[in-house]
Design a protein around this ligand. Structure first.
Ligand SMILES: Cc1cc2nc3c(=O)[nH]c(=O)nc-3n(C[C@H](O)[C@H](O)[C@H](O)COP(=O)(O)OP(=O)(O)OC[C@H]3O[C@@H](n4cnc5c(N)ncnc54)[C@H](O)[C@@H]3O)c2cc1C
Length: 530
């Protein structure tokens, strides 16, 4: 066991392993500690957003990931919503994240989380700078101005203990994070005081019984008795693999409840099924009050936990990685400042606050109110209208989800900009927003040219417009790649001739001419301004 690494990562779920891969590829040594030796076989996060696939592209394993998909490519990642049961006359198919595919370099996808984790673990094993310790649990964390100490227990029950030293520690240790507790970071949020069950099962009869619908990935039922909480079937494979989650009474255990009867009620028909797993969790949205305490950071479910409503968990955890990985590397490599590390919290926390409050908690309330407004037996016409409102109301939830960092102190967003989850999809390059893909004259995509540092897109501008930015980057050892091309062929859609792109493919600054003070721009985006 190496005693000192630059970064210690506690927790080897998808977020911890993703961070280890990101840092390992950036030349940062890390030690990853994971309590479990084997993998769990619960499909969990299946709905992979475009940004998650972009991560895998930059990590060099996107084709390997896509090859894991279990559903045929023509099956959309989205699904249907029905009233009371899947046999109801009230149902609609809803549009998923595929509607915004053109704004990303990679399309969204769908597969069980453990298949994604397998790809990540294989990638991590290929990186010499990453040392993984499976079967060890982080017990305590201490820090001072020189570094951190993480004490470990061997989970094999042999009483073995170890201590790791590092410059930073990142807690990716899930909702019950020890690292978060040790750092004294509290959480706040909405507790719905509702127990949920999760079942993984196999049933060909259920697959056959749903032939009335176009082939979909998910089947969601909203019941007026359940306050907007979901009853949810998700396909694992095209023939027989399923998962299901639903509210259940508080005192439910594996032994005192008829899970098959609940599944039949929600499906609206009886079918034979074999259970592989039944588990429980509490329905709550919880957000850490800060993502950093000195040399301690938290990411993924350790920073934000919530029900699996909308595919925000895994995807947002990997977006935390995209945001934090390059900043830690920049600081450790000497060209990034403290402001850059602070900006991880300043950019990511407000985004998740809005996701938790509006895309999850408010949606539960809104959907609960709509389906309780009228009784379809007695007020059919009014109910039909309310049901139509639910259909049109949930689509903008997808379309308006455009996380951005307009309020970040390390990007040149609009005056009074705020970082948030809601935004508009556009091809124009706006500071604080994700860069949209465009094709270069070479036929390659801009994303294929972006490296792992900053990139300056320079379209139809003289060398004198590029030189001050490049000179400042050189002087400050900030990695910068200049990508030149004409301001035509679709690149004019960026509506800016010069676009400074961060290592996480977010725009830091955009304009038509060299900035008045190029060094001020580079100092700010590297977190060196104060
Ligand atoms: C039914 C279901 C469906 C879901 N669907 C989606 C979806 O479609 N899209 C989506 O984006 N998300 C989805 N999610 C959420 C997603 O699964 C989680 O957000 C994701 O697993 C979070 O990853 P993580 O690495 O932060 O945490 P975890 O996956 O919880 O991993 C944390 C790891 O830390 C380890 N650990 C804990 N304590 C210690 C310690 N002290 N020392 C060492 N190791 C420790 C644990 O063993 C674990 O492996 C779903 C979840 C469920 C339950």
């Amino acid at each position: 066991m190496r005693t000192r690494s630059q970064v210690i990562i506690a927790g080897g779920g998808p977020v911890g392993v993703g961070l280890a891969v990101d840092l390992g590829l950036r030349g940062i040594s890390c030690a990853l500690v994971e309590r479990r030796v084997g993998m769990h076989n619960i499909p969990k996060g299946q709905n992979l957003a475009q940004r998650t696939l972009e991560r895998f592209y930059f990590w060099g394993c996107v084709d390997e990931l896509r090859a894991q998909r279990m559903l045929p490519p023509e099956v959309p990642a989205s699904g249907v919503t029905a009233y009371k049961s899947l046999m109801s006359e009230y149902w609609h198919a809803f549009a998923g994240r595929e509607t915004v595919n053109e704004f990303y370099f990679q399309k969204n996808d769908r597969m069980p989380q453990y298949l994604l984790e397998n790809v990540l673990r294989r990638k991590m094993a290929s990186l010499p700078l990453v040392e993984a310790h499976f079967g060890w649990a982080a017990r305590s964390v201490e820090q001072d101005e020189t570094g951190v100490l993480v004490a470990l227990d061997h989970e094999a029950g042999d009483g073995a203990r170890a201590v790791l030293e590092g410059d930073y520690v990142v807690g990716c240790d899930g909702g019950h994070s020890i690292v978060r507790e040790e750092a004294g970071i509290r959480r706040a949020g909405a507790d719905f005081d509702q127990v949920m069950m999760l079942a993984v099962f196999r049933s060909r009869e259920l697959s056959r019984g749903l032939k009335r619908f176009p082939m979909q990935s998910t089947y969601r039922v909203l019941h007026p008795d359940l306050n907007g909480y979901w009853q949810f079937f998700g396909r694992i494979d095209p023939e027989e693999g399923w998962f299901f989650h639903s509210p259940v009474p508080h005192d439910t255990t594996r032994d005192n409840f008829d899970f098959a009867a609940l599944l039949h009620k929600v499906a609206g028909f009886k079918f034979a099924c074999e259970f592989d797993h039944v588990g429980f969790w509490d329905l709550r949205v919880a957000l850490a009050e800060r993502y950093r305490a000195g040399r301690v950071f938290i990411a993924g479910d350790a920073a934000h936990s919530h029900p699996p409503y909308g595919g925000f968990g895994l995807n947002n955890g990997l977006e935390d990685v995209a945001n934090l990985g390059w900043k830690l590397a920049a600081r450790l490599n000497g060209w990034g400042g403290e402001d850059l590390l602070n900006s991880y919290d300043e950019e990511r926390r407000p985004v998740f606050k809005e996701i938790g409050d509006e895309f999850i908690a408010a949606r539960i309330k809104w959907e609960g109110e709509i389906i309780n407004r009228y009784d379809p037996e007695r007020e059919a016409q009014a109910f039909r209208q309310a049901w139509a409102e639910l259909k049109t109301g949930s689509s903008p939830i997808v379309a308006n989800y455009e996380p951005n960092y307009e309020g970040s102190p390390v990007v040149f967003g609009p005056p009074n900009g705020v970082s948030r989850a809601r935004g508009d999809y556009m091809f124009s390059a706006r500071a604080g927003h994700h860069l949209a893909p465009r094709t270069l004259s070479s036929g390659r995509n801009v994303f294929e040219e972006l490296g792992d540092g900053f990139a300056l897109l320079a379209f139809g501008v003289p060398d004198s417009a590029v030189a001050p930015v490049a000179a400042s980057a050189r002087a400050r050892h900030i990695p910068l790649k200049v990508i030149r091309d004409s301001y035509a062929g679709g690149r004019e859609d960026y509506a800016a001739r010069l676009v400074l792109v961060r290592p996480d493919q977010y725009v830091a600054w955009a304009g038509d001419a060299a900035p008045a003070d190029a060094d001020e721009v580079m100092r700010t985006v590297a977190g060196l301004a104060s």
